[in-house]
Design a protein around this ligand. Structure first.
Ligand SMILES: Cc1cc2nc3c(=O)[nH]c(=O)nc-3n(C[C@H](O)[C@H](O)[C@H](O)COP(=O)(O)OP(=O)(O)OC[C@H]3O[C@@H](n4cnc5c(N)ncnc54)[C@H](O)[C@@H]3O)c2cc1C
Length: 312
């Protein structure tokens, strides 16, 4: 029999939005837990450098989340990273979050689960996943020291990834489906100055090929339809993000792109269920918007709990 725990709040996810919510929840003296099913810190943990978070001219992604984590712990947060969630039930009347070890019954829930990288849409993705096909240059880049690396995509992540990988790769080739990059101009300028990186425009990856390991990619020029093979020991794909809503979609309303719908108050269609950070429907997904959501969600959750108790 699992132990049942009644508490004020469960925060799901310990990225910047979840950690910020934890800081505010702790300072509001709520009885709460943060549940995380991976490493603490979320996406920014694997980011080389952050230069747009106020208060820091330049800071490593890992260092920044370490500081957020330390601040949350010092404020009194309790974070469990070793107890994955199995299921949830989120209604106005009752909220249940069941993990492998516990059944949590909180008054309120904050969903702060962020998003994950979209997989490369090719038949061989699962064959080479983690062993030829990657999404995190900081985690896996070193494996390709002196090798031929391909980066897929043209946004900030792809450009930052390519520049980082150029420290290791013998060659770094970006394959991009359009004829211009979508990354910030400042990043593009830096990229174009890097002589090691070349770009193949208007092209998409169709297949990953190799005997026992990845050796090349088949790419198609989507304008001319010409198909060519390029050498690739490792591929790093940055072709968009998918919101992590699998556990909750039965209960909370999603928008057409799969993000959880909520406005300024961060409250979802289910009373007492709030959503913070990249997983929320919004236009701009950045650290500052994620931490702002975490703040609002925690304070709105507190108000909700106080009000509910007053009306009992
Ligand atoms: C390569 C890269 C570079 C970036 N650079 C910048 C930058 O320079 N400046 C900037 O402002 N923004 C940057 N961003 C964007 C920024 O990282 C995100 O906006 C921010 O991390 C969103 O925070 P979040 O807490 O909403 O989500 P996330 O960071 O995605 O964190 C969500 C957390 O929830 C956890 N989780 C998910 N599902 C579950 C579950 N079922 N149970 C428990 N835990 C779960 C995840 O493991 C993760 O730890 C960058 C993003 C990337 C990918």
């Amino acid at each position: 029999m699992k132990e049942e725990k009644r508490l004020d709040l469960v925060i799901i996810g310990s990225g910047p939005s979840g950690l910020t919510a934890a800081i505010y929840a702790a300072r509001s003296r709520l009885d709460f837990i943060v549940l995380e099913d991976d490493l603490i810190g979320g996406q920014i943990r694997s980011t080389y450098v952050v230069e747009n978070y106020p208060g820091f001219l330049s800071i490593g992604g890992q260092e920044l989340v370490d500081k957020m984590y330390e601040q949350a712990i010092k404020a009194g947060a309790n974070i469990d990273e070793f107890d994955p969630i199995i299921s949830v039930r989120l209604t106005e009347e009752e909220k249940v979050v069941e993990t492998e070890n516990y059944i949590y019954k909180p008054e309120a829930v904050i969903i702060a689960t962020g998003s994950k990288y979209r997989s490369l849409p090719i038949p061989e993705e699962s064959t080479y996943h983690g062993n030829g096909i990657h999404h995190c240059e900081l985690c896996d880049g070193e494996m390709y020291d002196g090798k031929d690396i391909v980066v897929v995509g043209g946004g900030n992540s792809a450009v930052e990834g390519a520049m980082f990988l150029s420290k290791y790769g013998k060659t770094v080739t970006i394959v991009h489906q359009f004829d211009t990059l979508q990354a910030e101009k400042r990043l593009q300028e830096e990229l174009f100055r890097n002589k090691k990186i070349k770009i193949i425009w208007d092209s998409e990856v169709r297949h990953a090929l190799g005997e026992s390991r990845l050796e090349s990619l088949q790419i198609e020029n989507i304008k001319t339809k010409e198909v060519t093979n390029i050498k690739a020991d490792g591929v790093f794909a940055y072709i968009g993000m998918i919101p992590k809503t699998e556990l909750f979609k039965e209960y909370v309303k999603l928008n057409v792109w799969g993000y959880i719908e909520a406005g300024e108050t961060t409250e979802t269609n289910v009373k007492g269920v709030f959503v913070a950070g990249d997983v929320r429907s919004k236009i701009i997904r950045q650290l500052t918007t994620a931490t702002a959501d975490g703040t609002v969600a925690a304070l709105m959750a507190e108000r909700y709990i106080v009000e509910k108790r007053r009306n009992k």
